[in-house]
Ligand binder design. Structure first.
Ligand SMILES: Cc1cc2nc3c(=O)[nH]c(=O)nc-3n(C[C@H](O)[C@H](O)[C@H](O)COP(=O)(O)OP(=O)(O)OC[C@H]3O[C@@H](n4cnc5c(N)ncnc54)[C@H](O)[C@@H]3O)c2cc1C
Length: 383
């Protein structure tokens, strides 16, 4: 029998690759493996579902069985790949071995956990997949006081969503302003003002140190000595590419699993894409890069070696209180922010010494300039 193409992961990366591959090759046996239920859903909707009153099942577009049928694939769910054996072209699911022709790692990223003292650690949630979303939804009964750890993109999206669902939201972050890696201070201030308009309160320059039960609720102690009352905590302090399996098999790993522009890992017949992969030095935890990677890798796996190239990839931040689009400059790009506008309408350009545009952040009305500015940006990774 022909050996299969094996894809580990049924997130957007795994399923998109499988779809693209099937457009080019209808016969090679295809096996997808997932530690979760293998349902198809778009992860970005996890931070907009509460405001719309959607439960986890309402976010699912197709069951694993339906995906298997559509893809002419076997989808193994609630199965965890525990070991890779690159020399033998074999993986292990516990004590069950599976041989492959080619292996693709689409393992995603996992939420970081910040250390918090106290006995109420079970009241700290993170939302990175449907199971997490379901758990948080079950924990929230009626209007609640929710403390969010982290004021990055995901923390701010949840703050907006949970506040618009009627909850009282407080955000604690060690940074000086929200989305510090993405936005200059003035634009962050505009977004903050809009979220405060929904009732969200921010506590910067502090972290949650200690969480304990008090009566029916919780008492949160911050590093600056303040005390806040809440009913549960949502942790959104960052994500880390899942690299453990690859590292244990001696594949090259940096921030993510190291792959070249052909999405090839450091051992033969193994590829990686999506949040777990670091593609030619780029570790980008967004949908657009993984779509480009899936199209290129599908061709390669169907016999036509194809390198991925990234164009301009602006990110739409889902904070409806203040519309926001960011095209972050490549990491390490030397330049400075130049900010114009007032209120929530802000236009921030990241310019190098010669005045060339390397990135932008647009809020409110200024988001209309997205296309004109994108045309001036250099591609993230040229052909
Ligand atoms: C709340 C939230 C909002 C977001 N909003 C946006 C947005 O608006 N725009 C945007 O571009 N990006 C957004 N992102 C990022 C985007 O969702 C991710 O970049 C993308 O979904 C990653 O897909 P993936 O397939 O690489 O990983 P994942 O979706 O994490 O999938 C990983 C898969 O691997 C499986 N797996 C892991 N380990 C094993 C194992 N050992 N054995 C078997 N299976 C395993 C998991 O079960 C899962 O099926 C958001 C992310 C979050 C968390």
């Amino acid at each position: 029998m022909n050996e299969p193409l094996v894809i580990v992961g049924t997130g957007l990366a795994g399923y998109t690759l499988a779809r693209e591959f099937r457009k080019l090759d209808e016969t090679t046996p295809l096996i997808l493996i997932s530690a979760d239920d293998g349902e198809f859903y778009s992860k970005p909707v996890l931070s907009t579902g509460f405001g719309k009153g959607k439960d986890a099942d309402a976010l699912v577009t197709a069951s694993a069985e339906r995906m298997a049928g559509q893809l002419g694939a076997q989808v193994l769910v609630r199965r965890e790949v525990t070991r890779l054996e690159p020399q033998a072209r074999r993986i292990w699911l516990g004590d069950q071995a599976l041989d492959y022709r080619d292996l693709v790692l689409a393992l995603g990223a996992q939420p970081l956990a910040a250390p918090v003292g106290g006995e109420a650690g079970d009241a700290i949630f993170a939302v990175n997949d449907l199971d997490d979303y379901r758990r948080l939804q079950q924990a929230i009964r009626g209007p609640s006081r929710i403390l969010i750890m982290g004021a990055g993109l995901i923390g701010c999206e949840f703050a907006n969503d949970l506040a618009s669902a009627g909850h009282r939201v407080e955000v604690v972050s060690p940074s000086r302003h929200l989305m510090p890696g993405l936005l200059p201070e003035e634009v962050a201030g505009a977004v903050q003002g809009a979220l405060e308009g929904l009732g969200v309160r921010f506590h910067f320059g502090a972290v949650l140190e200690y969480l304990q039960r008090q009566g029916d609720g919780l008492q949160a102690r911050l590093s600056d000595g303040r005390s806040l009352a809440c009913d549960l905590v949502l942790s959104a302090v960052g994500l880390r590419p899942r690299t453990g399996l690859a590292q244990a098999a001696r594949l090259a790993v940096a921030r993510g699993i190291v792959v070249d522009r052909w999405l090839r890992a450091s051992q033969p017949n193994i590829h990686a894409l999506g949040d777990c992969a670091e593609v030619d030095g780029h570790s980008l935890l967004y949908v657009m890069p993984l779509m480009s990677a899936a199209r290129a890798l599908a061709r390669t796996l169907a016999g036509e070696p194809t390198a991925v190239s990234y164009g301009v990839m602006p990110v739409t931040v889902k904070t409806p209180a203040c519309s926001l689009i960011v095209a972050p400059p490549a990491s390490g790009a030397a330049g400075q922010w130049q900010v114009e506008g007032s209120g929530t309408d802000r236009r921030a350009l990241y310019l190098d010494g010669e005045g060339r545009l390397l990135g932008y952040a647009l809020a409110g009305q200024a988001t209309q300039e997205r296309q004109a500015l994108s045309r001036q940006l250099p591609p993230l990774m040229a052909d």
